[in-house]
Design a protein around this ligand. Structure first.
Ligand code: SAH
Ligand code: SF4
Ligand code: F3S
Length: 462
């Protein structure tokens, strides 16, 4: 039996930028710090430890770190206990620019890259000790994902009815614009048994919908007892876990969309009919320059096959406008692609030059004003498609997973199979459960629905 006294309570404030994997990582860092007495707080001004989980993907995302650090420096100066506050920087900027952060921002006590999070408690304790490390010793940025996943605590704190679960990390694709292969390292897939165990614990704590994460999640491959396991086989196993009602996965590369995975959309009812499948551009010339290794046509054929397997499948995408050398004709090809596919949602970005990536040194950079103008045109089209998709659901009945309180008493907000937010009058007993809802109206960012009382779940709860 452990007879040591419980650690005194302390508070950690975590600020998260970037993708869903950073959200997952922030939760896991909080899990790792909990045994040392850290509770999470929304208020940086009362925290003992402030952790900034950064994103390096575009210049704007990276710059936010230094403005945050400026504010934290002022906060430390103003607080009477300021000297005892620890400032830590995690995430992809930490990995890419660790030594520079330490040089440029003396307020930072420690820097920890994405593959070193299992070492966070030890690093925090050392930096709060009588002889804190200095210089390069404040930095942990090795690439060892296996150790990280093995050493992070097994138990996660309760997260509600939906959760992220990283199954794959890193990228070997090297798209010419992208920093991820340098910040997250080479592709790594977690063992099937570890993922199953984590999913089981999530389901036992009330999670009904799990989103499997990876920078190239559909490149997932591991060895199972009966041979190789890809993402489709992994999802089949996870769908068998009692309580796991819904599965999603993100982000996929078109070239790793195997026949088995396409079939999984037809065959596994838990796999939701909504897929994020970035294409970046509709121009073959630009796709080639981006090193995407697929064409506009091969992407369109893939979309056809997915829709044949699952006719109600809706797609979301990522787009970059103003990649070096992009002409008006190339951009028109992207608009054509969007018109042909029709997306239910999308993220579109102006190309941002990232240090160390091949495209950053390309001669034909597109002027900012042209990028801005193209982005506005693309966004207008994507927004029309999103609204049309939402309106197409009016009058239909769909299962909604209730995940949070609405603004008014008696109102719950849930998630549709297509990741839409749906407002419904519903008793609190339905929180964390799935019930049938008829969509009656759409707002700018959400749907409104009415519970249909024939569903077995709502009968049981009534
Ligand atoms: N496969 C990854 C993609 C990460 S980046 C994943 O797991 O999500 C997310 C999106 O950011 C990319 O699909 C791309 O559209 C965009 N992006 C990446 N690098 C960019 C850059 N240098 N400039 C603008 N957008 C970029
Ligand atoms: Fe970046 Fe391309 Fe890898 Fe996605 S597939 S993380 S865009 S290099
Ligand atoms: Fe950003 Fe790193 Fe995710 S660069 S998008 S936080 S993988």
């Amino acid at each position: 039996m452990d007879t040591s006294p419980p650690a005194p309570r302390k508070r950690v404030h975590i600020k998260t930028y970037g993708c869903q994997m950073n959200v997952y990582d922030s939760e896991r860092m909080a899990d790792a710090l909990a045994p040392d007495g850290y509770d999470t707080t929304d208020d940086a001004a009362t925290a003992d430890l402030v952790l900034i989980n950064t994103c390096h993907i575009r210049e704007k995302a990276s710059e936010k770190l230094y403005s945050d650090l400026g504010r934290l420096r002022d906060m430390k100066a103003e607080r009477t206990d300021g000297a005892s506050v620890t400032i830590a920087v995690a995430g992809c900027v930490a990995q890419a620019e660790g030594p520079e952060i330490i040089r440029r921002a003396p307020v930072v006590d420690l820097v920890v890259g994405p593959q070193s999070y299992h070492r966070l408690p030890e690093l925090v304790a050392r930096s709060r000790s009588a002889a804190p490390p200095v210089g390069e010793d404040q930095l942990a940025a090795d690439f060892e994902p296996r150790a990280k996943f093995d050493l992070l605590p097994k138990q996660r704190r309760a997260v509600g009815p939906t959760a992220f679960l990283t199954v794959q990390e890193g990228c070997d694709k090297f798209c010419a614009f992208c920093v991820v292969p340098y910040t997250r390292g080479a592709e790594f897939s977690r063992p099937v048994a570890d993922i199953e165990a984590e999913a089981r614990r999530l389901a036992e704590s009330g999670v009904r919908e799990i989103t499997l994460l990876g920078q190239n999640v559909n490149a997932y491959h591991a060895d199972g007892a009966e041979g190789p396991v890809g993402l489709a086989a992994l999802m089949r196993r996870l769908a068998d876990i009692p309580g796991v009602e819904r599965l999603r996965y993100t982000t996929s590369h078109p070239n790793d969309m195997t026949d088995a995975l396409i079939a999984a959309h037809a065959e596994i009812p838990a796999v939701m009919p909504y897929l994020h499948l970035p294409v970046q551009s509709g121009s073959d010339r630009i796709l080639k320059a981006m090193n995407r290794r697929h064409t506009a046509d091969s992407y369109l054929r893939l979309v056809e096959r997915l829709r044949a397997a699952r006719p109600d499948l809706a797609l979301s995408g990522d787009f970059i406008v103003g990649f070096p050398g992009e002409t008006e004709a190339d951009f028109e090809a992207t608009l054509d692609m969007v018109r042909t596919v029709t997306y239910a949602g999308a993220f579109s970005f102006k190309y941002s030059r990232r240090p160390g990536t091949p495209a950053a040194s390309a001669a034909e950079q597109v002027p900012e004003s042209v990028k801005a103008e193209r982005l506005a045109r693309l966004n207008a089209l994507l927004e029309d498609q999103r609204q049309a998709f939402n309106r197409s659901k009016i009058g239909t009945v769909m299962p909604i997973l209730f995940e949070r309180q609405g603004r008014h008493p008696g109102q719950l907000i849930g998630r549709s199979p297509w990741l839409q937010s749906v407002w419904t009058e519903a008793p609190e007993t339905l929180m964390g459960q799935i019930a049938q809802v008829e969509i009656t109206d759409v707002g700018p960012n959400s749907l409104v629905g009415r519970r249909v009382d024939t569903s077995p779940q709502s009968d049981a709860a009534a």
